[in-house]
Design a protein around this ligand. Structure first.
Ligand SMILES: *[C@@H]1O[C@H](CO)[C@@H](O)[C@H](O)[C@H]1NC(C)=O
Ligand SMILES: *[C@@H]1O[C@H](CO)[C@@H](O)[C@H](O)[C@H]1NC(C)=O
Ligand SMILES: *[C@@H]1O[C@H](CO)[C@@H](O)[C@H](O)[C@H]1NC(C)=O
Length: 487
C-alpha cells in the first residue's frame, strides 16, 4: 500500500504523505547445485487456507544483504502462471517508507493470493500480474514485514540510500539462487513512496552494470504509480486536487499556496503542518487514498449505514473491500502461515504489521526530488512508465502531471483516452520522449486494488512495450462479446 509518510495512515497521511568466464566447470557445477538446493528449500508448498491447487511454483525466504550487521531481506516469488521460461521477471515494491510489499502488493494488489475477510482462507486473484510475468516481492528495507536485522540500531537508521544499496545486493544474490532468471528481461514496478525506491534501485543497477562492464541484471525498464517523485510539484498538485474535488475550503487552499510551497514532504514546517491539519479536519472521515470509497473503520463501526451507502455508491462500491490490510494482519501472524513461508522464528517480528512505524518515523534520508534520476535513466534507453489512479487524494494525478511537466519532454503521442476490452474508457494516456503516462479512471492510490482488470491491461502493455489499447480494438472486443452472447 501506499504510504509516503504514511502514504498510509489516515491520521498523519498528509504530513508525511501522505514505500567468469574462466571459472572451472566444476566450480560452476557446485554453485548450480547449491542454488538448486536453496531453491528447493525456499519452495512454498500448500499454504494454510489454500483450498485450490495452482499451476505455478512459488518460493519464499531470506537473502542476506549484510553479513556484519546481519541484515536479511525477505522475498516471495511467483513464477508466471504459464510459460515462466520466457516471460519477463518483474519486481514489485511498495512504499511507506516502512510498508510491506507482501502486505499490499501481493495480498491486495497484484499477487495471485488474496486473503478473505476471515483472515484465514485464501482465494485466487483472477487479475494477478503473474499472468503477465514472473513476479518478485521484497519487504524493503529491514524492519519491514519479515525483513530483519540482527543489529537493532539498523531499524533506526534506514533511508533511501541504504534501501537502494541493500536491494541491489539482494538482487545480485537472488539471481545466484535463481540462475535460470539471470539473463531474463527484468523490470521494476511500484507505487507511492516506491516512487523513490524504483528509480533509485534502477539507477543503482545501471551504475553497477556500467562499473562492472557486465549485465549482471538485465534491467529493461521501470514503472511507478501514484508515486512520490518531487516534493514541490507534489504539494502544488495535492492541495489543488483536494480543492477541486471539493474536499477543502477556498481559504485552506489559498493558505497552502502561501505556507506549503517548497516544502519537503518528510520534514515540513510547523506552519505547513498546521495547514495540513486544517485540511484533514475539513476533509472529514474519508479514505484519502480513495476519496469516493468508504474507509475501513467506517465499515467496522457503521456497518448498517454503510450497507445503505454501498447501494448508493453502486458499481464502485459493490465488490470493493476497504479492510484488506486488516485481513493480512490476521493471516500473516498465524504461526502455521509463517512456518510455510520459511519465516525464522528467532527473526520474526513479535507482531507482523503491514507498515512499521519505527521505520517510518526514523527515516534518515529522502531527497526532495528524484527527477534528476529520470534525466539520467531516460538516456539509458530504459522503458519508463508513470501511471496514476485518478481518485487518490494522497499522491493525486495533479501532482503526477505537474511532476511530468517539470521534465519538459516533447510529446510523441498526444493525450487520448484508452479503452479496456469491455469498451469502457479505462483512463487517459500521453506519450513523451522517454516516458509514457497512463491514468486509470476511478482508481485510488493502489491502482491494482481498485481497478484490477485495468491494471493487468496496463502491465501487459508496459511489458510488451505497446501503447494502451485504443477505441478500435475496444469496439472489436465488444463486438465479439456480443457475438458470443447472441449465439
Ligand atoms: C490438488 O491436487 C491434489 C494432488 O494432485 C489432489 O489430490 C487434489 O484433489 C487437488 N485439489 C483440488 C481442489 O483440485
Ligand atoms: C557472507 O557470509 C556467507 C556465508 O558465510 C558467505 O558465503 C558470503 O561470501 C559472505 N558475504 C560477504 C559479502 O562477506
Ligand atoms: C541473525 O541471527 C539469527 C539468530 O542468531 C541467525 O539464525 C541468523 O542467521 C542471523 N541472520 C543473519 C542475516 O546474519
Amino acid at each position: 500500500m501506499a504510504s509516503p509518510g504514511w502514504v498510509f495512515d489516515q491520521k498523519t497521511f498528509l504530513i508525511f504523505i501522505i514505500l567468469n568466464l574462466s571459472l572451472g566447470s566444476c566450480l560452476i557445477a557446485t554453485s548450480l547445485e547449491d542454488s538448486t538446493a536453496q531453491q528447493k528449500l525456499d519452495k512454498v508448498l500448500k499454504l494454510p487456507g489454500q483450498s485450490f491447487n495452482v499451476s505455478f511454483a512459488h518460493y519464499a525466504g531470506y537473502v542476506t544483504v549484510n553479513n556484519n550487521s546481519g541484515r536479511a531481506l525477505f522475498y516471495w516469488f511467483f513464477e508466471a502462471a504459464d510459460d515462466p521460461d520466457s516471460k519477463p521477471l518483474l519486481l514489485w515494491l511498495n512504499g511507506g517508507p516502512g510498508c510491506s510489499s507482501i502486505a499490499y502488493g501481493l495480498a491486495e494488489e497484484i499477487g495471485p493470493f488474496h486473503i478473505r475477510p476471515d483472515g484465514k482462507t485464501l482465494y485466487l486473484n483472477p487479475y494477478s500480474w503473474n499472468l503477465a510475468a514472473s513476479i518478485l516481492f521484497i519487504d524493503s528495507p529491514v524492519g519491514v514485514g519479515f525483513s530483519y536485522s540482527n543489529t537493532s540500531s539498523d531499524l533506526l537508521d534506514n533511508g533511501d540510500k541504504r534501501t537502494a544499496k541493500d536491494a541491489l545486493k539482494f538482487l545480485l544474490k537472488w539471481l545466484q539462487r535463481f540462475p535460470q532468471y539471470k539473463d531474463r528481461d527484468f523490470y521494476i514496478a511500484g507505487e507511492s513512496y516506491a516512487g523513490h525506491y524504483v528509480p533509485q534501485l534502477s539507477q543503482a543497477i545501471v551504475r553497477y552494470n556500467r562499473a562492472t562492464k557486465a549485465k549482471a541484471i538485465n534491467l529493461k525498464g521501470y514503472m511507478v504509480g501514484n508515486a512520490l517523485t518531487d516534493d514541490y510539484h507534489h504539494h502544488l498538485g495535492l492541495f489543488q486536487y483536494l480543492w477541486s474535488a471539493g474536499l477543502i475550503s477556498d481559504e485552506t487552499y489559498k493558505l497552502s499556496d502561501v505556507l506549503c510551497d517548497f516544502e519537503s514532504l518528510v520534514q515540513s514546517s510547523d506552519s505547513c503542518n498546521q495547514v495540513i491539519g486544517i485540511a484533514n479536519e475539513e476533509m472529514g472521515h474519508i479514505d484519502p487514498y480513495s476519496i469516493y470509497t468508504p474507509p475501513c473503520s467506517a465499515i467496522a463501526s457503521q456497518a448498517k449505514w454503510l450497507l445503505k451507502r454501498r447501494l448508493m455508491v453502486g458499481q464502485l462500491g459493490e465488490k470493493y473491500d476497504p479492510c484488506t490490510a486488516k485481513h493480512s494482519e490476521v493471516y500473516f501472524n498465524l504461526p502455521e502461515v509463517q512456518k510455510s513461508l520459511h519465516v525464522l522464528p528467532e527473526a520474526a517480528p513479535s507482531r507482523w504489521e503491514t507498515c512499521c512505524d519505527t521505520v517510518n518515523i526514523n527515516w534518515k534520508d529522502s531527497p526532495r526530488t528524484v527527477l534528476d534520476i529520470y534525466d539520467e535513466l531516460m538516456h539509458e534507453g530504459l522503458r519508463i512508465w508513470i501511471f496514476s489512479g485518478d481518485t487518490d487524494g494522497a499522491i493525486p494525478i495533479t501532482s503526477t502531471r505537474y511532476t511530468i511537466d517539470a521534465l519538459k519532454l516533447p510529446t510523441v503521442s498526444p493525450w487520448r483516452a484508452w479503452y479496456d476490452d469491455d469498451g469502457q474508457v479505462g483512463g487517459w494516456t500521453q506519450g513523451y520522449e522517454g516516458l509514457n503516462f497512463v491514468s486509470v479512471r476511478g482508481a485510488g492510490h493502489e491502482v491494482p486494488l481498485h481497478r484490477p482488470k485495468q491494471a493487468l491491461t496496463l502491465v501487459k502493455a508496459f511489458l510488451a512495450g505497446t501503447s494502451m489499447p485504443a477505441a478500435a480494438a475496444a469496439t472489436a472486443a465488444v463486438g465479439s462479446q456480443q457475438l458470443i452472447s447472441d449465439s
